[in-house]
Design a protein around this ligand. Sequence first.
Ligand SMILES: Nc1ncnc2c1ncn2[C@@H]1O[C@H](COP(=O)(O)OP(=O)(O)O)[C@@H](O)[C@H]1O
Ligand SMILES: [Mg+2]
Length: 384
Amino acid sequence: MMATSDQIRLLLVEDVPQVAQYVRSLLQSQGQIKLVEVLTDGGKAVQQVPEIRPDVVIVDALLQGRVKATQVVSQLREGGHNVPVIMLTVPQQPVEADPAHGVHGVLTMPFSGYDLITRVSEVRKAHAAEDAAGPSKVIAVFAPKGGVGKTTIAFNLGVAASRVGRRTVLVDGSIQFADLRALLRVPSDAPSILDLPTDRIVESDLSEVVWRDPSGVDILLAPPRIEMSEMITARDLEKVLSLLRRLYEVVIIDMSVALDELNLALFDRADVILEIVTYDSTTIHNTIALADTFRVIGYPPTKVQYLLNRADANSGIDPAELARALGRVPEHEVRSEGRVVVPANNQGIPFVLSDPGAGVSQDIDRVVANLLGTGRAAVAAGAR
Ligand SMILES: Nc1ncnc2c1ncn2[C@@H]1O[C@H](COP(=O)(O)OP(=O)(O)O)[C@@H](O)[C@H]1O
Ligand SMILES: [Mg+2]
């Protein structure tokens, strides 16, 4: 389920069977690159990438289908899929590598096995180096009051992030009540964070403990029973987080409401504390109190980003009043759309998948783009 080796996962978008067969044969007697899939239809590439999880995509520049090679490249780039592309072409049709426009390398026919392996490895390496410059991001989803949509939003953010190609793990940080376990109706014998050995956690342990939700996102579950939570220490959580950081690009934590030792450890290690607020006087009051606490701890104000949930349901509270109380306009907004959210939650599925076109789903996509700096929305936000 997780990448446990350095093997490069290659996706080939190629509609000429002979060329696909040629590439396959070149890769036959080596272990460095694994050809995980050949797609003959360029139109399917973008949709399939989150499932196939390639490290590198090769696209034939001469694709004959409805969707041309340049469209595949731009769709991958604009979708924020974060996967490097190599164009495969012929001398009569020269292509230039142009990473800024999504073409990270070129292979010109005829090429040898050595050429192929070298090019794929180079492109992968350059991309990984670029990624390391922007290391993985830990987002702690918190609220100083229950029932504001924390679990719902954390779950849907996780699914939306993995849909744009970011390797994402969700952590059920509500260690006592296991909110995600409940929401997703995970069987009680499914492994949890408690199944990790505490003395020495290695990558291979983690892959056995992570729950792969049908929605495609990996989840590290909380223990199935309340009293088991006592067995987890802040030190354990710190170790788990540092491991997750190495394996995933995005770590999203659904936190509990408490301001206890475990949560303080999570706050410390988070890059962003995404605090859910609603138009509700208790929430606003507690949010102000919490901002004070964060100031005392010494967190910079930029570490906290506010997400106004059910933003269109202001129940008489003036948006300006909210902004005054928070000291700023919330960075993110998600509308209220019970018609979409409630049935999805009742079935334990993410609304971003059950109804991707809904306003509330698009709000979540926008939050992801702004948080992770992907896709068009982030570009638009940056231009503002
Ligand atoms: N944007 C929204 N629109 C409509 N209903 C929502 C929205 N966000 C959350 N809800 C509903 O609010 C309730 C509480 O959400 P939940 O995620 O369990 O909150 P928390 O984790 O903060 O306790 C759920 O019934 C959920 O369906
Ligand atoms: Mg919850």
